[in-house]
Design a protein around this ligand. Sequence first.
Ligand code: CP
Length: 316
Amino acid sequence: MRHLLSTEGLSSAQATELLDEAERFEQALTGREVRKLPTLRGRTVMTVFYENSTRTRVSFETAGKWMSADVINVSASSSSVGKGESLRDTAMTLRAIGADALIVRHPASGAAQQIAQWTEGRDGTGPSVINAGDGMHEHPTQALLDALTLRQRLGSLQDRRVAIVGDILHSRVARSNAHLLSTLGAEVVLVAPPTLLPVGVEAWPVTVSSDFDAELPAVDAVMMLRVQAERMNGGFFPSAREYSVRYGLSERRMGLLGDDAVILHPGPMLRGMEIGFSVADAPAATVLEQVRNGVHVRMAVLFRLLVGTEQSGVSQ
Ligand code: CP
């Protein structure tokens, strides 16, 4: 694997290997006073974020540092992007400086793929590109950390039923999860108002429902999504109030879930709208486990892309 741009097309074997490697990193670091492995010593990893982030950017930085890589953070607001430099020129500049990996978040769908094409030399050299969220398209490491969290809570994902709920239209998390979870054997149902479903959703490996209450008793997991008001151009249909009443995971709705069902949210959360104030802190909720797994998943991804598949990163 040279780049990680999407979960669509990732095989079950490739995904499982990344999840297994993430767990090996977790085990290798557990209980250590000094969380530092030599795995990526001498490698240069650059994060290039054109949109805000807390979890993804910081966990990639943490992952790189825990593996001894040199990690450099480039934020669009303080770089020459603010002087009008193009995405291509920025990417080529970072390649010329010596990036071994470019971790990219950008509001345009396809931006990471485009950077991977631009930065690949004629001789096949160039940095590995990791998509850290491209517009409304994909967020593959989020789906991998979600799958790892589900696997740890539920065991195998085979034939597990997962509801992904809310603003599917604007959600790269939903698309990446729909593909990855179904590849790993889960049944995925999207629960959303018709106005917040994307054109072409019929081609996704999912079923669709608009009756949240009816779905809850039958699911093993419910994944709530962030409402992406910043992508709605000021309009929001249904209204925030109606959305909360029909698609929010309230305390009452949590009571409709089975005893062993789990609740995910990628964050950041809008408590009181997408998810009840106390629901996100319930024992069934995995929000902070997801965040913690994000570091190990990103270690696994960096290792597999920069070193290869012949060995485990923890045996370096
Ligand atoms: N889940 C997620 O991508 O969060 P951030 O926007 O904080 O990175």
